[in-house]
Design a protein around this ligand. Structure first.
Ligand code: ZN
Length: 452
């Protein structure tokens, strides 16, 4: 109530839910409510207070449901959904050079394929509770329109290589393209552009520095695959006489506006460099396992204060975009490899998928927790299934037993994008039709290639 006793208007009031805020104190309301006005959260608190205080255009009953921040996928290659399952169980180099690169040479250069792949990825992410993703791929200026149409939040980062890519001539030409893309999208409420240097073995030192300068000029992030496996570490040491992390530190590109993706093989000194420079880290445990690259020293990175977010990576190496699946794998992987049941607790895993992930990509002023003034990006999880009962500890349930398919409602920027597990803005049957056609072409290409 206001002082005059009049209720305050809200657009949406979700009430009587278990509200997991992920705010600084990690407040949890057994019976909580969240009031939303426009794209922002007005207030989070106990239902008994908020129900009397607000009159909402729309009220949503949250009983027997968890309301929490939308999940943040800090690293993926969304349009690669068109290659899901096209090449698996192969040695890394054979997988990349004999399968993925030849497929990309033919199919990634066609923008319509990528648009379909992007739509499929967004549908999959929304339906499993992700409300923000940071992408690294091609044609980001054009694909941003596709993302904007869906109502999803994202940063798209065009990949820079020394060599030409499916979308650009490479080098400075790609940087010019990114410069334009950043300016085209800098005022959009949901979709932004970043800069991506693919990796230190595909991008020369001079170009990495230029890519970082471009990112700095526009106050955006540079993403780079870094220290993904032993082969990369050996290669960079041979080329530049340093570890991949040290190499980037020598180039002066490590800071809080850089996102280092993978960081599987790290020396103690590397960890110091990442921590000392406030560089964000994207951890993709399922990809690291599937490509047999190893387990990143995530417990140690967290201990040293590094912001480590979780990314599914592209589905060619995962093969899905379900963040629930990813954090469960993560938690189990680190327990196994460190021979300790206490590392990556369920609470830490949820933090990494929400507020810590938002910190890693510089979005924590807007998203990652349910707090007054933050953007209304949130998910409502149904607890009405056998595998979700009983619930003793909300973090344990989220990490060890709940699934992406338990997400019932998704709100991004104050707009309901998923309701009763139905996408509100997207026509899924049209997306499937496009994907089936592309998959048919890819299968025919693979058969021809095999016959040669
Ligand atoms: Zn990647």
């Amino acid at each position: 109530m206001t002082s005059a006793g009049q209720p305050i208007h809200a657009d949406i009031l979700i009430h009587d839910a278990m509200v997991l805020t992920m705010d600084e104190e990690r407040r949890f309301f057994e019976n909580g409510s969240v009031a939303v006005s426009g794209d922002e959260i007005l207030e989070v608190g106990p239902s008994e207070e908020l129900k009397g205080k607000y009159r909402a255009s729309r009220t949503i009953d949250g009983r027997n449901k968890i309301l929490m921040p939308g999940l943040v996928n800090v690293h993926t290659h969304a349009p690669m959904t068109i290659y899901r399952g096209a090449a698996d169980d192969l040695p890394l180099k054979e997988w990349l050079y004999d399968h993925i690169f030849p497929l990309e040479a033919v199919f990634t250069s066609k923008i319509e394929n990528l648009k379909a792949g992007m739509r499929l990825a967004i549908a999959e992410m929304l339906l499993s509770g992700t409300t923000m993703f940071k992408d690294m791929y091609y044609f980001t200026d054009e694909l941003a329109s596709v993302v904007a149409e869906t109502g999803m939040r994202a940063t798209l980062s065009e990949g820079v290589f020394d060599n030409p890519t499916p979308s650009n001539a490479g080098g400075d030409k790609t940087l010019d393209y990114i410069d334009g893309a950043i300016q085209n999208w800098q005022h959009h409420p949901l979709v932004r552009q970043g800069v991506a240097a693919h990796a230190a073995y595909t991008v020369s030192p001079g170009l990495i520095v230029k890519a970082k300068e471009l990112a700095r000029r526009h106050d955006t992030m540079l993403s780079i695959h870094l220290s993904e496996n032993q082969w990369e570490v050996d290669t960079i040491r041979e080329m530049y006489g340093a570890t991949p992390v040290k190499h980037l530190e020598n180039l002066g590109v490590l800071d809080r506006q850089t996102l280092a993706v993978h960081c599987v093989i790290l020396s103690d000194e590397d960890i110091n460099s990442l921590a000392g420079s406030n560089t964000g880290v994207a951890h993709s445990p399922q990809c690291n396992m599937k490509l047999a690259n190893g387990a990143a020293p995530v417990p140690e990175l967290l201990k040293r204060g590094v912001h480590v977010g979780v990314g599914t990576d592209g589905v060619a190496s995962n093969n899905d975009l379900d963040m629930f699946d990813e954090i469960r794998s993560m938690s189990l992987l680190h327990k196994l490899t460190s021979n300790s049941t206490t590392v990556i607790s369920a609470k830490e895993a949820v933090e990494m998928a929400t507020i810590t992930g938002a910190k890693a990509i510089g979005y924590d002023d807007r998203i990652g927790s349910l707090e007054e003034g933050k953007k209304a990006d949130m998910i409502l999880i149904n607890l009405g299934k056998p595998h979700s009962k009983p619930l003793y500890n909300v973090y344990s349930s989220l990490v060890y037993s709940l699934r992406g398919s338990d997400v019932e409602m998704v709100i991004v920027n104050g707009e309901v994008l998923v309701e009763q597990r139905q996408l509100q803005r997207m026509d899924l049957s049209a997306v499937y039709e496009d994907i089936e056609r592309i998959a048919h072409e890819i299968s025919a290409f693979q058969r021809r290639k095999q016959a040669r």
